[in-house]
Design a protein around this ligand. Sequence first.
Ligand code: ZN
Length: 286
Amino acid sequence: MQLVRFAVGDENDRSDEESWGVLTGDGVRDVGSLLGTCPTMWDLVQDWSAMFEQLPHLVPDAPLRAEPRLLSPLPERGKVICIGLNYRDHALETGAEIPTEPVVFNKLAGALCGPDDEVPLPSVSQQVDFEAELVLVIGREARNVSEQDAEQYVLGYMCGHDVSARDWQKGRPGGQWLLGKSFPNFAPTGPVLVPRQHVEDVNRLRITLTLNGETLQDSTTAQLIFKPTELIAYLSQCCVLQPGDMIFTGTPPGVGAARQPPRFLQSGDVCTVEIEGLGKLTNRFV
Ligand code: ZN
């Protein structure tokens, strides 16, 4: 099952109206329009457990939308937490030691965007880099959750792209990664959110990134140093994880900064992140 959030108005209509639905072979079934109590994806995420059982029965009656404009599966209302250096093979390529606890940073509001959105290359950076990532979405409030219990706090998974301005990430300001990761549209996600019950084994998914059709990252989530359940246990000791929060879980090897010579994004480049079972996330850089 693949959940999507989409704009109700046409492309020229800048209204904020949105709905959510399920992607099927014919198009999108607009489930949100059937439900007065759960018209948006945000409503769904806040009360996901109640809806999960009913959803398969609602889908056949939901109106079909042939080609709606898809938005990021989640709106920008929760936290966007990111994990650095979380693939064994990527930590080795950057020359960093394998971390003994997660490297945690975040992205500021304004960074989130959806599938097919353009990502502007900032005039103040010459080193914009790509990072394919698995993103997990929190479905229940989590405080001090054990690793054994952590999975039930996950609503689902999606593709994400942790776009990174290396010349702002490394060395400035004060060694903080925050600004280099937070330029507008530096956090594409989507196109679909797949509930965890529909992902067979999140710790064995192939993850790739292509740049203009050339594969530059190709690994598996089996290389993750800290698995999703470990991340939830670790983070929930310190902050409250809330429904709708997103956790970018880190990137595999092959990023532009680690290449010889380094390879940074140029205007017109198109990146596609693909994760087994979670669809393809394509964005053009302009
Ligand atoms: Zn990253």
